[in-house]
Ligand binder design. Sequence first.
Ligand SMILES: [Zn+2]
Length: 401
Amino acid sequence: MTPQPVAVLRRGDAGPAVAAVCERLVLSGDLPDGFRSDPGGTLQDRAGMRFDAEVDRAVRAFQQRRGLVVDGIVGRSTYAVLDGARWSLGDRVLRYVPEHFIEGDDVVHLQERLLQLGFQLGKVDGILGPETEGAVRAFQSAVGLHSDGTVGPETMRSFAGIERSVRGGSANALREREHLRRSGYSLAGRTIVLDPGHGGADRGAVAGNGVDEAGLCLAIARLVEGRLSAHGVSVVFTRTARTDGGSEEDRAAFANSCEADLMLSLHSDHTASSSGHGIATSFYGHADHAGWSVIGERFSDLVQRELVARTGLTDLRIHARTWTLLRRTRMPAVRIDVGYLSHPEDAALLAQPQTLDGIAEGIVVALQRLYLGEADTGHTGVLRLGDLLAHLERLRADAVD
Ligand SMILES: [Zn+2]
């Protein structure tokens, strides 16, 4: 039911683990039906199954569609999403398992339905954690079911009944905005987590002129910290100059433990060809799902415009992504990739103190504008809570009869 732990697989590998990946790529439609199978549909030669150019293309197509890093490598996060993609809601019983959270597309649909109905569970991340279980229990007691937190046939039937009467709207979007509205339109008193990428022994990308990503990101974060502290903001760092901030999961968990209002992750990019250049900003969002961070998108839009205007770096725009750090954080999280260290002109710009000052200034201005609560540009529907309440009333009346 849950993904098997797998080694990192890439082009050139072979064996049963590659066969397991291929089976899932057939299910996801990225490899053709009957791919290296005998007429019965079983893969031929599992032990000798090769991760070749065709499999590599299929992995990349899947990663592209699902908003993952497109590198053709099947590591933990790609495998988890790939493995989870074969489940539709109702295919299996869903329950909270403390040591090993169930993940999958069916969990995504469960979370979307709960959110549409107004039950709070944090982000739509496809992971059945304690918050989702709490929302399932709340739903069950609202519709008069035994509230055991397990999504089996009975709970599914209740969903089917309700879904017809309540439609549309993104509760996640409404909830984030409501939180922002209630927390007041001011920077003072907020907690912002700054996450300079890499660190410790990992220097990240290194430019020909000696600028390294870990040092660059920390320098920008410190400039931002200085400005934010002056505005009464509590700034927390995921790492220092010496320490390593850990994996993306660790960094997200740390931000969650700080109960931060926003997490800002800083990186710079690099390509082998040295042709890539420019600045891009990413927030949590998936085209297929309701779990779209509106605040993340809003902040990305604001900060991207400020930074392009202040640095002269090429505008590579803002992007909805499902990267681990963005997915696992409970607060809006945004990642900025400031320039390409593999590009000589970007690297030269990033070696200049005034560029870093401009970036820090732009980030702070964007934060101020975010919390000033300007008229939002929301593109969400309206959650018709009245419809839900009326429906619940009918269910209760039926239960009494
Ligand atoms: Zn990086």
